[in-house]
Design a protein around this ligand. Structure first.
Ligand code: 16G
Length: 241
């Protein structure tokens, strides 16, 4: 319950209490929370105070409102550390979720100019262009377009990329993936992205570009991806000095 003598503002204490109820399972994703009136009676505070707490949680994407229906508990965002170089399949497994993909494009093409440069291709060389929607427990998380030099993966098939690409290149081909440079930028979903990611048009998207190298410094992939910003947050440890 709330502590009226605490220096912590009432709305803040309500936020913390609601968060607590979500983490101990009293409220699960998709559940409707009590109305402002009910909460103001429960906490013995004004509706204004309750509204402030709820608005803050809505702004943090912890709750969402639906007109005429009420306020609901949102799906928790996936916290993705920015340290390890992991694959989508590994990331989901680590969280006890199941990764799957829908292949929406698979072909061999001449690389776009920026990819050509980044992959240090030779004139006339082609790349595999792999477009996948990535799902966690059957919910869409990201759209990825990967470009991999054909020379490195000559026998790549649709079947292989329906599973884990990293598992194939390390486990089957024996390459070692060493490091990657990654860039994250804010954008919004266009109509195709919103359809594939099952979010409203113009929803917030995290655009991520990764360039990955093998041990000998050989560029292995350039991946351009669109992650749902309502489902992902990226976290890193930083050191001073
Ligand atoms: C991650 C990587 C992507 C890589 C993929 C391989 C980011 C932004 N991207 O999604 O570059 O190609 O994993 O996953 O993290 P897979 O082995 O499951 O196919």
């Amino acid at each position: 319950m709330l502590n009226k003598k605490s220096p912590l503002p009432m709305y803040y204490q309500i936020e913390e209490d609601l968060k607590q109820k979500m983490s101990n399972g009293d409220y699960a994703p998709g559940d409707v929370i009590p109305s402002e009136r009910e909460l103001s009676e429960l906490y013995r505070v004004s509706r204004m105070t309750v509204r402030q707490a709820i608005t803050n949680l809505v702004n943090e994407d912890i709750l969402y409102r639906e007109k005429g229906k009420g306020t609901f508990v949102a799906e928790q965002k996936i916290e993705q550390p920015l340290q390890g170089l992991t694959s989508f399949t590994e990331d989901m497994k680590q969280r006890g979720m199941e990764a799957s993909s829908r292949l929406i494009g698979f072909d061999q093409v001449e690389a776009p100019a920026d990819v050509f440069r980044k992959l240090e291709l030779n004139e006339g060389e082609t790349v595999f262009r792999i477009q996948r929607i990535r799902y966690a427990d059957e919910k869409p998380m990201a759209i990825e377009t990967s470009f991999v030099p054909s020379r490195l993966v000559p026998d790549l098939t649709e079947d292989i990329v329906s599973g884990s690409l990293y598992q194939y290149v390390e486990g089957k081909l024996g390459y070692t993936i060493e490091k990657a440079t990654q860039m994250i930028e804010a954008t919004v979903a266009d109509s195709r992205q919103s359809e594939w990611l099952e979010v409203p048009l113009q929803s917030a998207i995290l655009y991520i570009e990764r360039k990955t190298l093998l041990t000998n410094g050989l560029p292995f992939e350039v991946v351009k991806s669109a992650y749902r910003a309502d489902r992902y947050k990226f976290v890193s440890d930083i050191y001073r000095g």
